[in-house]
Design a protein around this ligand. Structure first.
Ligand SMILES: [Zn+2]
Length: 129
């Protein structure tokens, strides 16, 4: 098996083209909302315990969370795990809650399913791998 892989000439090229098509799929997503970086900036400047009023739609890319770091995310409706939407800019030091009519749209970091969550569905958690 190992020998076949080593000799297979298209292995590397195949992986590269899969990456390109994933990027193309990202680009094809309609841009309807603010960048989630704007939300991160709001969180960074908020006082601990503040309730954040979200009335806009924030769109985030799929992220790769780091073990033991803090994130805001939501339970995935597809794989039922807790997907990370954005890194907590306060590193777990300031718990914030959310209300309003806005939404966060992001791709589950486990299964890549698209999630559209309301402020009430946002959870704050430490990623444990
Ligand atoms: Zn998922």
């Amino acid at each position: 098996m190992f020998t076949i892989r080593r000799l297979w000439p298209f292995n590397k090229g195949g992986a590269a083209s899969a990456e390109v098509s994933a990027k193309a799929a990202d680009a094809a997503l309609p841009l309807q909302g603010k960048d989630i970086a704007a939300l991160e900036a709001i969180l960074r400047s908020a006082q601990p315990g503040t309730r954040i009023q979200l009335d806009d739609i924030f769109v985030g890319r799929r992220i790769t969370p780091t073990e033991h770091e803090w994130y805001y995310g939501a339970k995935c409706r597809w794989c039922h795990r807790t997907g990370a939407a954005l890194h907590d800019p306060n590193e777990g030091q300031a718990r914030l809650s959310f209300s309003g009519r806005g939404e966060i749209h992001f791709h589950c970091h486990y299964c890549n399913g698209l999630l559209k969550v309301t402020p009430a569905q946002i959870v704050w958690f430490q990623f444990d791998g």
